[in-house]
Design a protein around this ligand. Structure first.
Ligand SMILES: Cc1cc2nc3c(=O)[nH]c(=O)nc-3n(C[C@H](O)[C@H](O)[C@H](O)COP(=O)(O)OP(=O)(O)OC[C@H]3O[C@@H](n4cnc5c(N)ncnc54)[C@H](O)[C@@H]3O)c2cc1C
Length: 315
């Protein structure tokens, strides 16, 4: 079977990526969105949005995101939940390596947002690949029948705990917030998981591999050690997520993707939109606007047009 070639591959399923997907698919471009998780982006984290134009009543970020996604899919965009881990951008056809497979496309739109963080826990960097991990689907099996700590309190952290708990014999879910919100049916085997709400991880320790994490109670400041073989970290920050680009696209000193006003990056055929680009304003409406521009720029690039085309209803 011939390998599928997309007109537009979009990395990231937040408002920037999904707006790009809507415009690209409505322009009859074969479009796919590769999204790490529906619960990992900035909009998914927002409990209340009341300044998105056209919506007079407040909505949750999750509901607004669902609307964006459904609209893009309705126009023909494919949506796949998978994490992108690398790109190859030299040739005419761009390659995007994700956890499930490699995708090929004529153009690429980077829309991964700015919820990334630099390693900030003592020992996190030192033990990366030696027990410290960021992706349960990639690494959970390594810890078969062992003890593992998962750090974080987001929906993503809960889901990943479920994956880890399929392999590990014991899991500590360590959440800095005092009241971790668990649904009636948490996505993991509760008999294996000990929840530690209101604890900060102070350090990850060991010799050549991880052996221990030191946690401190937010309330009492008391410290305790947890013996563990692995640590999965799902804390969020505010750094543009660009690690998978491997330096292939020009970044600014702040590690955001440099673009011009048409969302073009340093490489022809590669565009970027939303919080991942160098911008002072990070809002849903600006992310959506960037996504629109990036998709129309991709359309212009593919069809070698001199001018933008934007009224697809007339074609
Ligand atoms: C708590 C909070 C409250 C906010 N409140 C408001 C508000 O009231 N009004 C407003 O306008 N804005 C608000 N914002 C800002 C707004 O949410 C962001 O500006 C907007 O979501 C940016 O959109 P984005 O698509 O660029 O990035 P995001 O929404 O962050 O989406 C990025 C997507 O990329 C995916 N991704 C990341 N890495 C990978 C990878 N390697 N492979 C595949 N997919 C990947 C993520 O899973 C995510 O789905 C708020 C932000 C936060 C954090």
């Amino acid at each position: 079977m011939a390998e599928e070639l997309y007109d537009v591959i979009i990395i990231g399923g937040g408002p920037a990526g999904l707006s790009a997907a809507q415009y690209a698919s409505r322009a009859k471009l074969k479009t796919i969105v590769l999204d790490k998780s529906q619960a990992a982006g900035a909009l998914a984290f927002s409990s209340r949005i009341e300044n998105y134009p056209g919506l007079p009543e407040p909505v949750t970020g999750k509901d607004l995101l669902d609307t964006f996604r459904n609209q893009a899919i309705k126009f023909g965009a494919e949506y796949v939940e998978t994490r992108v881990i690398g790109v190859k951008l030299e040739g005419e056809i761009k390659e995007v390596s994700a956890l499930d497979k490699t995708y090929k496309g004529k153009t690429l739109i980077i829309a991964t947002g700015a919820m990334g963080r630099a390693a900030s826990i003592k020992g996190e960097k030192e033990f990366l690949g030696k027990g410290v991990c960021y992706c349960a689907i990639c690494d959970a099996a390594i810890f078969f029948d062992q003890t593992v700590c998962v750090i974080g309190d987001s929906e993503e952290a809960l889901k990943e705990t479920g994956v880890v708990a399929k392999f590990a014999s014991k899991v500590y879910l360590i959440s800095p917030s005092k009241t971790l919100k668990l649904s009636e049916h948490p996505p993991f085997d509760t008999s294996k998981v000990t929840i530690m709400s209101g604890y900060r991880v102070m350090s990850i320790e060991g010799n050549s591999i991880v052996e221990n994490v030191k946690v401190r109670s937010v309330e009492s400041n008391e410290e305790q050690d947890i013996q563990t073989n692995g640590v999965f970290v799902y804390l969020h920050g505010n750094k543009p997520i660009v690690d998978f680009l491997g330096g292939s696209v020009e970044l600014s000193e702040e590690s955001c993707v440099s673009t011009n006003k048409m969302m073009e990056t340093s490489i022809p055929g590669i565009f970027a939109a939303g919080d991942v680009i160098c911008t002072e304003i990070r809002q849903v409406v600006t992310a959506a606007s960037n996504g629109c521009i990036a998709a129309l720029s991709a359309e212009k690039f593919i069809h070698h047009r001199k001018r933008m085309k934007y009224d697809w209803a007339k074609s």
